[in-house]
Design a binder for this molecule. Structure first.
Ligand code: UD1
Ligand code: UDP
Length: 391
């Protein structure tokens, strides 16, 4: 059986790494019904070292078999270019199955290119819904799920969403969360990271921030509402912000970079000669996966508009304030450490102060977030008989 997996953007790499390990384990097991030949395709949606290559090192991912070099662009440009380039690969390789993960433009583009060639598609992290169609990811999720053959879901709410959309039960497989597979697998390694010393921070002595949603960062007003809250919170605790390239660009454009103290790698050269930061907004370039996990593990709390970070903080039991008005991961609120605060200045300050006053939310761990989701996925796809190829 030949399988092609497609990755493109930062959060895809953590989702595919456990799957590749599970495929290797499947192939090493003499009881497995058929070996899997696996090819990894990188679309090139993310391309900076800190947004792509660093994850291949941190997650010990094999280098991609094929790199499509699609790059940045408008939604149509990026999606269209990915489809055009990937279709050529699919014609040549004629896989039995294409695996896509998450909800980025590369996910939808790959699923569309495959399904039009009658190649079955497996969607990992299917069924999540924010019910906010102004988010590009929601469109990507809805459409990818509508055309996928295997809907591999992380939590029961996702199954319910799919059933309500009329997806037959026999296509839906509740397997758990692959993001958690990566987290649990890499936690001990991440504990060795020296990032806290390198940034001159102290354990539990800082809050961690990420921001990249267009709804938060592409308009000056929204960004200002958040920065106002951050300034207030940073009077009580330093806030460390590894900033996504989209956000860095906007901060420059809006003249807001001066609100932050730059602690990016060049200025980290001699940590001993710099003071421990007290009450400040500290900005840096995005950091690698192991460094970021370490920062999450020892943060007093996390503020984010990321999807994956809501899950990671739930598993780590670190209070998380989600700077959005909706989440496609409601289980992190009902069972985990997540609280939704939007980009409302007062709400952010109020909830952050609650945590600083020792009233942060306790966290449980959802079922099947146990580090074995990828193995369950390979059980599902490894045992299936695929129809004869008609590409
Ligand atoms: C994308 C995903 C989003 C995901 C995020 C993870 C879509 C629609 N969005 O958003 O769901 O949460 O990735 O990080 O797929 N850029 C660089 N270097 C890079 C990559 C991007 O400078 O390596 C800059 C470019 O100016 C680019 C901008 O960031 O135009 C946005 O990149 P893009 O991939 O379009 O969307 P993200 O905001 O990264
Ligand atoms: N992450 C990272 N470095 C950073 C910020 C995030 O390695 O500077 C990791 C984080 O631990 C999580 C993933 O990136 O595993 C989340 O990706 P992102 O927030 O870009 O996308 P989303 O989950 O919102 O789609």
């Amino acid at each position: 059986m030949k399988i092609i997996s497609v990755v493109g953007a930062r959060p895809n790499f953590m989702k595919i790494a456990p799957l590749i390990r599970a495929i290797q384990k499947h192939n090493a097991n003499p009881q497995s019904p058929i070996p899997i030949q696996h090819l990894l395709i990188h679309t090139g949606q993310h391309y900076d070292y800190v947004m792509s290559q660093v994850f291949f090192q941190d997650l010990e991912l094999p280098q991609p078999d094929i790199y499509l070099d699609v790059g940045s662009g408008t939604h149509a440009e990026q999606t269209g270019r990915t489809m055009i380039e990937l279709e050529k690969v699919l014609f040549k390789e004629r896989p039995d199955l294409v695996i896509v993960v998450g909800d980025v433009n590369s996910t939808l583009a790959a699923a569309l290119a495959a399904v039009k060639l009658h190649i079955p598609v497996a969607h990992v992290e299917a069924g999540l819904r924010s019910f906010d169609r102004t988010m590009p990811e929601e469109i990507n999720r809805l459409l990818t799920d509508a055309i996928s053959d295997y809907l591999l879901t992380p939590s029961p709410d996702a199954d319910e969403n799919l059933k309500k959309e009329g997806i037959p039960d026999d296509k839906i497989f509740l397997v758990g969360d692959v993001m958690v597979d990566s987290l649990l697998y890499n936690k001990a390694k991440a504990a060795q990271s020296k990032i806290i010393q390198q940034l001159n921070l102290t354990e539990k002595g800082y809050a961690l921030l990420t921001l990249h949603r267009p709804g938060n960062v592409d308009e000056k007003e929204s960004l200002l509402r958040i920065i106002k809250a951050l300034s207030e919170v940073s009077r009580r605790i330093p806030i460390v912000f590894p900033a996504h390239p989209r956000t860095q660009k906007r901060l420059k454009e809006f003249g807001l970079l001066s609100q932050f103290l730059d602690i990016s790698p060049e200025s980290r050269a001699e940590p001993e000669s710099r003071p421990i930061f007290k009450h400040q907004l500290l900005i840096t370039a995005p950091v690698g996966y192991l460094d970021f996990l370490k920062l999450e593990m020892h943060a007093r709390f996390v503020m984010t508009d990321s999807g994956g970070i809501q899950e990671e903080t739930t598993v780590l039991g670190i209070p998380c304030l989600t700077l959005r008005n909706s989440t496609e991961r409601p289980i992190t609120i009902t069972e985990g450490s997540n609280t939704m605060v939007g980009n409302n200045t007062e709400r952010i300050i109020e909830e952050a102060f609650k945590i600083l006053d020792g009233k942060g939310k306790e966290s449980g761990c959802p079922d099947l977030w146990d580090g074995r989701a990828a193995e369950r996925i390979v059980e599902v796809i490894g045992c299936h008989r695929f129809p004869k190829k008609i590409v």
